[in-house]
Design a protein around this ligand. Structure first.
Ligand SMILES: Nc1ncnc2c1ncn2[C@@H]1O[C@H](COP(=O)(O)OP(=O)(O)OP(=O)(O)O)[C@@H](O)[C@H]1O
Length: 754
């Protein structure tokens, strides 16, 4: 350990030097300074970040083999010269650490988990693997695992890199291509596996899965915040972690709609509603066009404009053009509709189309009548039930009512916005000003970062400005600047160069391309403009997408995901027993079909690490018949179910009795959670609506009035199952009304175990 830490110290110093050196080079100013600096600083930052994971205990394992060999395993690989000192946990050699058992030792005679606090070893936990002990071991590194499970819970999930179990490791290291489905009950480590898998894929596919090419999608922002520290602690920061409400650029939705609204918004029929909507007339569109041509007043009234709109749609749909690219078609259809009114007057049709088509009035009318639309404004039109085409009147009114009263977007709106973005399409690209010739030359010769312009006092035509690599001046000052007025010439040159996207950083002496006298060369660097390369990088599709809590996706959410995974491999993670969306798929093949994928590899996690058995057994009563309950490894646990007269007083008491140094959550149906939030004023206690608790966990959970949770939505029993499986140590159920039938027969009494 000491050798590793010494070496890391040296690496950190070198990384710091590298960053410093990069900055110095840029300041020194040779032509390639910026490029080099950028590369060096980037490399050094990545390095430094990797070294920062040290805080979590960089060395955590050791394997001894039957041939006398041994090595240590850590969060990153470290070499001392040629000698490997630490093997990265993701390297193939380290797999035995998570796989070897007495029954199948893989050559390992001892597996040691090293438990550290910073650079200090505080404990060791050894598994001695021998054939006599085959079948002995329930888990790998039992002592270390128990220690990890007993560690107090913070506001963020911690990685499990030193205690990953065999079935989890198999899921983490499954090959990247195709679709890997990882299912398992609550607390079996699915989220942990998903995140460790992201880190594993980055490590094993370096070069392919570069920055931002892996996307992890979770159900809510509370959830993504909770798990946000795991990947950085594994030394990986380049994975995109997004909640479903954040998948559309510029929108961050955190609220979920009520089940009856979510059912409408999540239904695939919404696609047809949105298609109709996208072609409808914007509320602000003018209702009459009036134009004078050759002394005649031409008008198109509301009905004629509506007919013209239909014609535009038919034409565009036939050619696969979206509404936002339909501007030119719309203009042509308007001109044609106006022509109908002058037909028979012996006018020239071609001339008419050219003249009217060029009129500013026609352009401005077209822009107001057929504007470029954004998904957010179009979705807002659904506040008018008449615009909802394709749903029955009752559903249309329900939908419209949510948009009339809305102040923000819900998570259920995000797939609709995404769908609209696709349906509306991009506006046609504005014609770009032609690139100056010198810049084209500069771009193709690759010297984009630093350019040396030359300001020369030409003997014939006054001041001339040369661009890099060009023998002819690209700007001439003409006689306006005196040949002796160097200051004025420099100001002129600075202005021209600025217009070209560079700014002058210095003036030195030199020669112009013709070696003429009276020269003043200029150094210029590009302005910090948005690099086109960056844009295209943002648009680059993901190469691997990991979907957590996938059981809950509605058909419309599946479409949103499908658009992102057309060319990507995937890891789908979830538990059908926890499916709460009213339109959630009943089977995994059905879900995968909705995403446009076929299942090729299925792995199941069977052991739970979150919920103690006593609580898991109680929660399993809420599980649909036929679903297998999870076998829990976590010891201990207390369950208490109390019928009370006054819920609020009982809740205050329960909060007061909750352990101090633990995370405590009160979970209730969404409506009740709102009222309870004001009631619970202990700073460390959170009140969480049942609809947002998925994926989260707390030491001490107080569930209030389970019947309300069940009654709130069609899959209320599944929701209750999710709620009851959030507790790591204690579950208190408070109810005034009767419990749901499934929970009733074995409720009362405090039931401590372990
Ligand atoms: N191998 C392990 N070592 C230590 N802790 C573990 C291990 N596997 C899982 N855990 C812990 O068990 C808890 C549950 O893990 P996780 O949230 O990943 O489960 P999940 O299957 O995603 O649950 P849910 O379906 O309820 O969302 C977490 O606290 C996690 O750190």
């Amino acid at each position: 350990m000491d050798r590793v830490y010494d070496l890391l110290e040296g690496m950190r110093a070198r990384a710091n030097d590298l960053a410093g050196e990069g900055h110095r080079r840029a300041a020194g100013g040779p032509a390639t300074g910026l490029v080099e600096r950028d590369a060096m600083v980037h490399q050094a930052t990545v390095r430094l970040r990797a070294l920062d994971v040290e805080a979590e205990g960089i060395v955590f394992g050791r394997l001894d083999f039957d041939d006398g060999e041994s090595f240590h395993i850590g969060r990153l690989g470290v070499r001392d010269g040629l000698e490997p000192l630490l093997v990265d946990w993701r390297a193939p050699a380290a797999a035995a650490f998570y796989r070897a058992t007495s029954g199948e030792p893989l050559g390992v005679v001892r597996r040691r988990v090293i438990i550290c606090r910073g650079p200090k070893v505080i404990d060791l936990d050894d598994d001695v693997l021998s054939p006599e002990r085959a079948g002995d071991l329930r888990v790998l590194g039992e002592g270390a695992l128990l220690a990890a499970l007993r560690r107090s819970r913070g506001p963020h999930m911690r990685d499990i890199v030193s205690t990953i179990q065999r079935e989890q490791d198999e899921a983490i290291r499954a090959p990247a291509p195709g679709v890997t489905l990882i299912s398992g009950g609550p607390g079996t480590g699915k989220t942990q596996v998903a995140l460790h898998r992201a880190a594993y894929l980055l490590y094993t596919n370096r070069g392919r899965f570069t920055d931002g090419r892996i996307l992890v999608v979770g159900p809510s922002t509370v959830f993504t915040r909770y798990i946000s520290r795991v990947l950085p602690s594994l030394g990986e920061e380049s994975v995109h972690l997004r909640s479903l409400g954040e998948l559309v650029e510029g929108v961050t939705a955190t609220r979920r709609d009520r089940a009856y609204v979510a059912r409408i918004k999540g239904d695939e029929r919404m696609r047809d509603v949105l298609v109709e909507l996208g072609w409808q007339s914007p509320p602000s569109a003018p209702r009459r066009l009036r134009l004078v041509y050759a002394g005649q007043v031409l008008t198109l009234d509301a009905a004629e404009l509506a007919a013209a709109r239909r014609r535009v749609r038919v034409g565009c749909e036939a050619s696969g053009t979206g509404p936002n690219a339909a501007g030119p078609t719309a203009a042509a259809v308007l001109v044609d509709a106006l022509w109908q009114q002058v037909e028979g007057r012996h006018l020239d049709r071609k001339l008419f189309a050219e003249e009217v088509g060029d009129r500013d009035e026609l352009h401005s009318f077209r822009r107001a009548w057929w504007p470029t639309l954004t998904p957010t404004e179009v979705l807002g039109w659904l506040g008018d039930a008449n615009r909802v085409i394709g749903l029955d009147p009752e559903a249309a009114e329900t939908l419209a009512a949510t948009y009339r009263s809305r102040t923000d977007w819900s998570v259920d709106d995000v797939p609709l916005l995404d769908e609209l973005a696709e349906l509306l399409g991009e506006p046609p690209a504005a014609p770009r000003a032609p690139e100056p010739e010198w810049r084209l030359r500069e771009l193709t010769t690759g010297t984009r970062t630093v350019a040396t312009f030359v300001l020369s006092c030409g003997l014939r035509e006054g001041w001339e400005l040369y661009a890099p690599n060009l023998a002819t001046p690209f700007a001439l000052a003409g006689p306006t600047i005196d040949n002796d007025a160097i200051g004025a010439a420099q100001r002129w040159a600075e202005a021209v160069i600025l217009r070209e996207g560079h700014h002058v950083v210095g003036w030195t002496d030199g020669f112009d391309p013709h070696g003429e006298e009276g020269y003043v060369p200029v150094l210029a660097e590009p302005l910090p403009v948005e690099e086109p390369d960056d844009d295209s990088a943002a648009d680059e599709p993901y190469l691997h997408v990991i979907l957590d809590e996938a059981q809950d996706l509605s058909p419309m959410e599946c479409r949103m995901i499908a658009r992102r995974v057309e060319y990507a491999s995937m890891t789908v993670v979830g538990d059908l027993g926890q499916a709460t969306h009213p339109l959630a798929a009943d089977t995994w093949p059905q879900l995968l079909a909705r995403i446009g994928k076929r299942q090729i590899r299925t792995l199941e996690l069977r052991t739970g690490y979150r919920v103690p058995q006593v609580i898991a057994d109680y929660a399993a009563r809420a599980l649909a018949p036929g679903s297998a309950p999870t076998r829990s490894y976590r010891p201990g646990g207390t369950l208490s179910v109390r019928q009370v007269d006054d819920l609020h007083t009982a809740l205050r008491d329960a909060v007061r009795q909750a352990p101090r140094d633990a995370t405590v959550a009160v979970i209730a149906a969404d409506d009740r959670a709102e009222t309870l939030a004001g009631l619970v004023d202990a700073p460390d206690v959170v009140v969480v609506p049942a609809s947002l608790v998925k994926g989260l966990e707390y030491d001490h959970v107080i569930v209030v009035e389970p019947t309300e949770i069940v009654a709130a939505e069609p899959r209320g029993m599944n929701r209750l199952y999710v709620v009851l499986t959030r507790a790591v140590a204690t579950l208190v159920v408070l109810h005034h009304a009767a419990l749901p039938a499934a929970l009733r027969d074995a409720d009362p009494a405090e039931r401590p175990t372990g």
